[in-house]
Design a protein around this ligand. Structure first.
Ligand SMILES: Cc1cc2nc3c(=O)[nH]c(=O)nc-3n(C[C@H](O)[C@H](O)[C@H](O)COP(=O)(O)OP(=O)(O)OC[C@H]3O[C@@H](n4cnc5c(N)ncnc54)[C@H](O)[C@@H]3O)c2cc1C
Length: 276
């Protein structure tokens, strides 16, 4: 499996920055296609995202900054596009984002489709554009079909690659890829995979973003209680086995949500590469 990529979030503290430098070095040894760096709602991490993108690029990597619609104006996006282009960045991840509770989402863009159009208008084909996709259906989508139509529109407007929300059910991914193809979505759909760093945190996160934790996994993890070695071992086995199935079933690549940690992602990739 050569088409792998790794996602980071911009660290909040100087210690986090130091740690991320070490994590970057560790993961670079796996020769990913690129690293991506998330962007907080309303531009809340703008400067930190920029700094992280620069640090990871300076270490000798291709980097894809994320950009979201929430609170963004044409002017603010234009400025970022030009900054990134001048830094030699060649790929971006264009997202709708989520409006945090209590925030009014004033801005020039409503959907990721608006952002994709604008990036193409402003910078032509300079950036390869990734967009988000949802095998288990985006929580705000009226129907699964409407969600696929939105993904198709992202492709029509200029997206090159879809990267999925994380999931723990390979069948949901395969069914989604088949349905997408039937709708004429021909761009690669990269599987988004979240190693199980902390089961309770991932389960909470899954709840928020509409990803389903399998009941049997919930139950088995609950049985382990505070036995973190067992939680880690089962998490590794489950995610590695799912990745193996994804690759065997034709997934064109895997994007790891690393949570700024390298150990589990490295172990999973190593297992995959050691498979005959
Ligand atoms: C790979 C990946 C990376 C992410 N990185 C970040 C990040 O860095 N920062 C962050 O804040 N969040 C990030 N997210 C989370 C993401 O912002 C949320 O999932 C958000 O709720 C939707 O983003 P989207 O790009 O899918 O939005 P959209 O594509 O705008 O979709 C949002 C909803 O609107 C519908 N829709 C889309 N286009 C249209 C249209 N033209 N007309 C009508 N309906 C439409 C969709 O069906 C969906 O229900 C990421 C998600 C993924 C999968």
């Amino acid at each position: 499996m050569n088409n792998i990529s790794f996602e980071f979030f911009p660290p909040n503290t100087p210690e986090g920055e130091v740690k991320l430098r070490a994590v970057t070095q560790d993961l670079m040894a796996l020769a990913p296609k690129y690293f991506s760096v998330t962007y907080g709602a309303g531009g809340s991490t703008r400067d930190k995202t920029l700094a992280t993108v620069k640090a990871v690029a300076d270490a000798g990597n291709d980097v894809a900054p994320h950009l979201s619609c929430v609170g963004a104006t044409k002017e603010s996006v234009r400025e970022l596009l030009h900054l990134y282009r001048d830094q030699g960045i060649k790929r971006m991840v264009a997202l709708g984002g989520d409006v945090p509770s209590g925030m009014v989402a004033a801005g020039d863009f409503r959907y990721a489709t608006d952002l994709v159009s604008f990036i193409r208008e402003e910078t032509g084909d300079h950036f390869a554009l990734n967009v988000a996709a949802y095998p288990e259906v985006h929580p705000r989508a009226a129907t699964a079909k409407a969600d696929l139509a939105a993904l198709k529109l992202k492709q029509t407007l200029g997206a090159d690659v879809a990267v999925t929300q994380f999931f723990y059910n390979a069948d949901a991914y395969f069914a989604f890829v088949d349905a997408a193809l039937a709708e004429g979505i021909t761009m690669p759909i990269i599987a988004g995979v979240m190693p199980l760093h902390s089961y309770s945190k991932v389960a909470r996160f899954a709840e928020m973003c509409g990803a389903e934790m399998p009941r049997w996994l919930n139950k088995r993890m609950a049985d382990f209680g505070d036995d973190s070695d067992s939680v880690r071992a089962l998490g590794l086995d489950v995610v590695s086995a799912m990745c193996e199935r994804l690759i065997a079933g034709g997934a064109p690549g895997i994007h790891f949500y690393t949570m700024n940690q390298s150990a589990l992602t490295k172990e999973i990739v190593t297992r995959l590469r050691n498979k005959p």
